[in-house]
Design a protein around this ligand. Structure first.
Ligand SMILES: [Zn+2]
Length: 232
């Protein structure tokens, strides 16, 4: 059995009777004196926030952990280096393809001059493929230079990163693998970088019923689903 707690040294509430009556009610404001400066006008009411749904929903920004900030800062420069490497490797691959085709052509011409029987049709198709691959590889190098490095220098990272993806797939074939690997891996990393994300439009709201994008109808002040033909 606990002994009864001693009463608190300070009473919780001061006796009301001790409070002077004059403090209980605030004195009324004095009437404006003639000739006295006018009191400042009341502050303007803050503009009302727009009703929900009228503005595109901003993209939720996920906080970046500090450990990755340094690597994120370095990423665009590294990505540019890798694109330059991929571009150079496209040129090297193009030269390899063209030289390879030319060597085959020399072999074919030599065999034909010596009267050695060769499958000229098969040889020619092989030579043709190598030469076409060579020209395509050099064209891809030009695209990488203009449409990726050029746009990165112009600070248009969204288009540049999208073009990296477009170049990565032929990079595996025409860039002898390496160009594709560099473009693909750094495209994947750059897609998570704020340089890429900031350029994306905000996501369009979708219909609750059919999950199709809805349109904002300013006259009705409502979202409209063209698929279900209903206002949400
Ligand atoms: Zn719908």
């Amino acid at each position: 059995m606990q002994p009864p707690q001693p009463p608190a040294s300070q009473p919780q509430t001061a006796p009301v009777m001790a409070r002077p009556v004059a403090e209980a009610a605030a004195p009324p404001p004095p009437p404006p004196q003639p000739g006295a400066p006018a009191p400042p006008p009341p502050p303007m009411a803050a503009p009302l926030p727009p009703p929900p749904g009228t503005l595109p929903v901003p993209r939720p920004t996920t906080p970046i952990p500090p450990s990755t900030v340094a690597s994120l800062d370095a990423l665009p420069k590294t990505a540019m280096k890798k694109v330059r490497l991929a571009m150079i490797w496209f040129i090297v691959s193009g030269i390899i393809y063209i030289v390879g085709g030319s060597i085959l052509y020399a072999v074919l011409a030599d065999a034909q001059s010596k009267g050695i029987p060769v499958d000229a049709t098969a040889m020619w198709s092989f030579i043709g493929i190598l030469w076409v691959f060579g020209v395509l590889a050099i064209l891809l190098a030009i695209v990488a230079q203009v449409r990726v490095l050029g746009l990165m220098n112009a600070d248009k990272w969204d288009t540049a990163v999208d073009t990296m993806m477009f170049l990565a797939i032929p990079g595996f074939v025409f860039g002898l693998g390496l160009s594709g690997i560099w473009l693909y891996s750094y495209n994947k990393k750059m897609r998570k970088h704020p340089f890429y994300l900031r350029a994306l439009p905000p996501p369009t709201p979708v219909c609750e019923r059919c999950r199709m994008p809805v349109q904002w109808m300013p006259a009705m002040k409502k979202w409209y689903c063209p698929n279900c033909k209903i206002y949400l």
